[in-house]
Design a protein. Structure first.
Length: 367
């Protein structure tokens, strides 16, 4: 129990911002931290490894970050194997520790841990071997947490299957920060890339579990419609090879800034995200916020996000994916109706709500 007056001081893992490819875990950590930092009753102090360069993802302005003297790999290893350095030795006078994803700082204080997904356990080729080893080590440390936060019922069910106590699990959905894009910006984007509607969009980190191979196979069944791929390359994906069959109508855009990414969402005719495993699926929610018709997987957390506002399919079936995309392309009335419902649903997912629910959990742990 917290004693005395003053804000609750939380040591908050923010190391994800220095990852080579900051994915959804970094997006979530930063947006939640940004919202919590606006609250007078909470003081977040970021924890990170030793770095020479600036983070790839911008740190919230009001957050102070304390860097360990150790680089990431050594810091993670000493946390996992030796239990040092303690978070409370890096950040003095804190009340609790929040492991916001990807690692668990060692601590004797109350601990809250966020687990976004268990994807490394579900696909043999979805992670490099070293990444799996690190994931297993930090995942085992989450068992020491008083409360675990996950962003979907799907991940909650995965944790239950791993033997976690249901009483310790809290489902806290993620949010979306819609960026307004002007129509003339969309027109300029399409002109610059020699595109016109209709086209299919995919956004994310390019890696095996995102299932681009099956999406390409689906696009082979939809002649003359371009596919646009937006996002950084993760690992073990040869885009030139997997897109060879539709090379004359695929646009590989690569990593872009947030505003340009949102312009692509607004420009697209259909957004297709047939990922094999997601803990939430932020790109789906981002597309929904722009009234872009969505086709996504029926077998992972993205189905929770879209519910009845999008078309969900078997992600391993190129025929099913192609049929759903074609349905969206051919039936504009259906597409528009569902997209409007999707936009209204997206409005319910805010980072402020995510942050407030997270703060409730802090209070629960300390009481």
């Amino acid at each position: 129990m917290k004693m005395g007056k003053g804000p609750i001081k939380v040591a908050y893992l923010i190391e994800q911002c220095w990852h080579k490819t900051p994915g959804g875990t970094a997006v979530a950590a930063v947006n939640v931290a940004e919202e919590i930092s606006q609250l007078e009753e909470i003081e977040l102090i970021g924890i990170a490894a030793n770095h020479r360069g600036v983070p790839k993802r911008e740190i919230p302005e009001k957050m102070t970050v304390v860097n360990s003297k150790l680089p990431r790999q050594i810091l993670y290893e000493t946390w996992n194997r030796l239990g040092i350095p303690k978070a409370e030795n890096l950040v003095k006078s804190v009340d609790l520790v929040h492991a916001s994803g990807g690692a668990v700082p060692s601590t004797d204080l109350p601990l809250v841990a966020t687990v976004h997904d268990l994807s490394w356990r579900q696909g043999n080729d979805w992670f490099p071997s070293r990444g799996k080893r690190f994931a297993e080590a930090w995942f085992e440390k989450t068992r020491k947490a008083q409360i675990l936060i996950c962003s979907s019922v799907a991940t909650s069910n995965d944790l239950l299957r791993e033997g976690f106590d249901e009483k310790k699990i809290r489902v806290v959905p993620l949010g979306v920060k819609k960026i307004d894009v002007k129509d003339e910006e969309v027109e300029l984007l399409l002109e610059k890339n020699s595109l016109s509607e209709p086209f299919v969009l995919w956004v994310g980190t390019i890696e095996p579990r995102k299932n681009l191979q099956t999406l390409i196979e689906a696009m082979q069944r939809i002649p003359d419609v371009p596919l646009v791929l937006v996002g950084p390359t993760g690992w073990e994906t040869d885009l030139t090879e997997i897109t060879r069959s539709i090379s004359n109508r695929v646009k590989i855009i690569g990593e872009v800034d947030e505003h340009t990414k949102n312009a692509w969402y607004k420009a697209a005719t259909v957004f297709c995200y047939p990922s094999l495993m997601e803990g939430f699926g932020l790109p789906v929610l981002e597309a929904m916020s722009h009234k872009t018709p969505v086709v996504t997987s029926s077998s992972t957390a993205t189905a929770e996000v879209v519910q009845d506002t999008g078309l969900t399919v078997d992600p391993r079936s190129p025929e099913a994916i192609a049929e759903a995309i074609t349905k969206r392309l051919d039936d504009s009335e259906l597409a528009e109706g569902l997209a409007t419902k999707a936009s209204l649903r997206a409005e319910k997912f805010t980072w402020q709500n995510t942050a407030l629910k997270t703060v409730e959990i802090y209070r629960e742990v300390l009481n």
